[in-house]
Structure formats: C-alpha cells, structure tokens
Write a protein that binds this ligand. Structure first.
Ligand code: AKG
Ligand code: FE2
Length: 202
C-alpha cells in the first residue's frame, strides 16, 4: 500500500464529490435546478489561487443613459483556453460526463464583498434564448444566495451557496426563469463563482 495514496485519502485533499448525489428541484415551465453541497473538496487553495492569479477585470456597462461599474470583477475563459487551475479542468470534464453536455467555457466572477452582486437576468445570449440548456455554477469563499424567480412573476427561491457548493440550472431555466445574486448588508467576505457553459450559451 503506498503511503502517499493513503495520506491523500485521510486528509481529503482536493477532489470532486459524486454528481450522482446532486439533489434536483423541478421548477415550473420545464426548468430544473440541481444542488450538490461541498462538491469541490479541499478547495481552500483553489479559492486563494483564483483570487490571486486570475486576471480580474472591472467592467463598465451602459445602463439606460449612464455608464455604470459592473458590481463584481470578471474573467472569461473561452473554449480551448487554459483554465487557471487543473481542478477546474477536472470539474468541467466531470460535469460534461454526468450531464452528457459538452461544457466549453468558464466564466468567473469575484464578488469582493456584500456590495457586489448580479442583477436579475437569464443567460440568454445565444442558444439559451431559444433552447433548453445547462449552466453549472461552482461557488467558493463566502456564502452568497443565488435567487431564482419565474419570468412570469411569483416568489423567488433562494439557494444559499457555500464554499465548494455546486448549483446547476437546466431545462428551460434560462428562458423561463431569471437568476440573481442579491447584495447583502451583512459583513461578507469575497466569493468566487465559476460558471461552466456549453458552446454558444452566454
Ligand atoms: O455568481 C453566480 O453565482 C451567478 C453569476 C451569473 O449568473 C452570471 O455570470 O451569468
Ligand atoms: Fe447568469
């Protein structure tokens, strides 16, 4: 028996949980959400690496007639680009195998504190506007709520995402539901989210 192998079993180093254990919530209109708490294991180093090494960009966007700061930092890894950590390659592969969908891109967001957020939207640029698709989000660092609400109106569902958690939106979710990461007034540390998407979904 090799000592290093046994050591890695004992200290539960970096690794991925089993996607079969994800819990599915069926939503109205043919949408669904899978949640798997603690999917990314031993991810403290990954979180630190991403915060420090990713070339984070501040973006400004036109909002009606004003140019406003996007309230989070961003990085986007197109299809074929090397991801900033091998654990993200493993995560992308595992998701592609499990969901039988080829995830090709990784969008990264850094929410510096509770003032950073993403407003209500669906990932509807490209195919997501007309077809069923899948967007998988891995969350690291501070716990933040990912909220979902039907576009036709109705109460929001709130999924608090903690360090290492996975949330996958599937079916018609991007067309029929909106999602958001609301601001928090509580003292909130940084959070990194990684969104894996198939080709032509943004
Ligand atoms: O950070 C998150 O969990 C969500 C990000 C998001 O919805 C997006 O970038 O489209
Ligand atoms: Fe989104």
């Amino acid at each position: 028996m090799s000592v290093p192998f046994q050591a890695s079993l004992l200290d539960s180093g970096p690794g991925l949980g089993n996607l079969v254990q994800a819990h599915r919530t069926e939503l109205a209109g043919g949408a669904w959400v899978d949640v798997l708490p603690g999917w990314l294991r031993g991810a403290d180093t990954l979180f630190t690496t991403l915060v420090q090494d990713v070339p984070w960009q501040a973006e400004r966007r036109r909002m009606y007639d004003a140019i406003v700061d996007v309230p989070r930092l961003l990085a986007f890894y197109r299809e074929g680009m090397a991801l900033p950590d091998p654990m993200l390659d493993a995560a992308k592969e595992a998701l592609s195998r499990h969901y039988r969908i080829v995830f090709t891109t990784a969008g990264l967001c850094l929410y510096r504190d509770g003032r950073d957020s993403v407003a209500w939207h669906g990932d509807r640029v490209g195919r997501g506007s007309t077809e069923d698709t899948c967007v998988a989000i891995a969350s690291l660092g501070a716990t933040r709520v990912l909220a979902l609400r039907p576009r036709t109106g109705g109460p929001a569902l709130r999924f608090p995402l903690a360090h290492g958690d996975l949330l996958v939106m599937g079916g018609s979710c991007q067309r029929t539901w909106d999602h958001a990461v609301p601001k928090s007034t509580r003292p909130t540390g940084p959070r990194v989210s990684i969104q894996f998407r198939p080709r032509d979904v943004l």
